[in-house]
Design a protein around this ligand. Structure first.
Ligand code: AMP
Ligand code: MG
Length: 405
């Protein structure tokens, strides 16, 4: 059995960034840019007035100048400015040739067609010179840049309606189990409702994944094969249930039969020991595309949650070209508890900051390993390693499940 760290390493080794695609600008939000972007114009494209006021000559300082016209944003003035002249100008308008400074409106006195200028005028004041931000052809965004709303603004200013970015993976979620009915159905005496399918779909949504294919398979090879056939376009296929040692745990066999190589099966973690990870190469016309990843999560809802959070989410980030999630935090347990047995314990918890800024962690221990109800208020996941039992309950490693929670 491999350790959770080794398992994560193997998952990340297999996950490769997807080939870039051209996307409309708005669809690139929160993706990673896959091309360098150059400015198509000088920025600013002209000497730009930075204040509402007057474009003036320095010779006019402390004297009155003749106002020969006005320039609103979006228009320009053909002739140039001579000594003794001024032009009323608005923020964002191009300064006419000959402009040596822009004097703000509040610093002048206007009388009919003349304007009295202040005694001190700094050369070039309130003018953003042409190309002072960047020149046409200059690279303004490097590949690998995360497309934030600010970057969307930059791309729009450079005239990009489409950009090349690493897309989000398509994900399929396949629940397995004869005993399951959906939340809209009334379960029979021996049945339960499917909680993993909706929970995993919600976790996928939080990763920004939009293309989520949901399917359910009964515990028969034919039904599972049909569900996997329907999910065959997905980059990552997340299955729940049917990966343990039971007679009807058919997932490992059906995946192997379809050419998915088992990378590991079983991880020394609690919950989630039966976790299976498999990879299938995908031939494209010329070579091999990024491999298809299969995550066989145990059916136990807490195990399922942990394995998606820890392994599937990490793989999705890597496939999307994103850096790994932020490193774990450290906090203090409000009530100590210890880890029994040789496996690493992942425990859902409530993390709150006290007045001193320290994180206080309260484990939300369920009644049994299948209890999703009592840990449902969790916003954090604690990690306790058996090799390094905490002597005190300080410096406990944990991570927040989601910034919003
Ligand atoms: P399995 O991994 O298939 O042996 O399932 C382990 C436990 O998780 C069993 O008690 C199942 O009934 C339960 N389980 C499996 N899949 C789901 C699911 N989608 N939603 C809720 N519970 C499930
Ligand atoms: Mg099952």
């Amino acid at each position: 059995m491999i350790s959770p760290d080794e398992a994560l390493r193997l998952v990340l080794d297999a996950a490769t960034p997807l080939p870039p695609v051209a996307l409309p600008l708005a669809d690139a939000l929160d993706l990673i840019l896959a091309e360098p972007v150059a400015s198509d114009r000088d920025d600013p494209p002209f000497d730009r007035a930075m204040m509402d006021g007057y474009a003036v000559r320095l010779a006019g300082a402390g004297r009155s100048s003749l106002v020969i016209g006005e320039i609103a944003a979006g228009s320009s003035f053909a002739s140039s400015l001579d000594d003794g002249q001024a032009i009323e100008i608005m923020t964002g308008a191009p300064c006419p040739p000959g402009t040596e400074a822009v004097v703000p409106k509040e610093d002048v006195r206007r009388e009919a067609n003349r304007v009295m200028l202040p005694a001190a005028i700094r050369p070039q004041q309130n003018i953003a010179p042409r190309a002072s931000v960047c020149r046409a052809g200059q690279t303004i965004l490097e590949p690998g840049t995360a497309v934030t709303p600010l970057v969307i603004g930059v791309l729009a200013s450079a005239g990009r309606a489409q950009v090349s970015a690493i897309p989000r993976p398509h994900i399929a979620i396949v629940t397995t189990g004869e005993e399951l009915v959906s939340e809209t159905d009334w379960p029979g005496a021996a049945q339960i409702r499917d909680s993993n399918g909706p929970m995993l779909a919600a976790m996928a949504s939080r990763l920004g994944l939009a293309e989520i294919h949901l399917a359910h398979a009964r515990d028969t090879p034919d039904d599972l094969r049909a569900a996997l056939d329907a999910a065959d376009d997905a980059d990552a296929i997340v299955l729940t249930g049917g990966v343990s040692a039971g007679k009807y745990d058919i997932v490992p066999g059906v995946l192997a039969e379809r050419g998915a190589r088992h990378v590991f099966h079983k991880v020394a973690q609690k919950p989630g020991k039966p976790f299976l990870f498999a990879v299938r190469e995908r031939p494209t016309r010329s070579s091999f595309g990024p491999p298809q990843l299969f995550f066989g999560l145990p059916g136990n809802p807490l195990a399922c949650h942990l394995c998606f959070h820890r392994y599937v989410a990490a793989a999705v980030r890597k496939m999307t070209g994103l850096p790994p999630a932020s490193p774990p935090l450290a906090g203090r347990l409000t009530e100590p508890f210890s880890v029994t047995g040789p496996r690493v314990l992942f425990q859902l918890a409530r993390a709150e900051r006290n007045d001193g800024g320290d994180w206080l962690l309260t484990a939300l221990r369920g009644r049994g390993s299948a209890d999703l109800i009592n840990p449902a208020a969790a916003n954090a996941l604690i990690r306790l390693d058996p090799q390094a039992p905490p002597t005190e309950s300080k410096n406990i490693s944990f991570e927040l499940l989601h910034p919003l929670s």
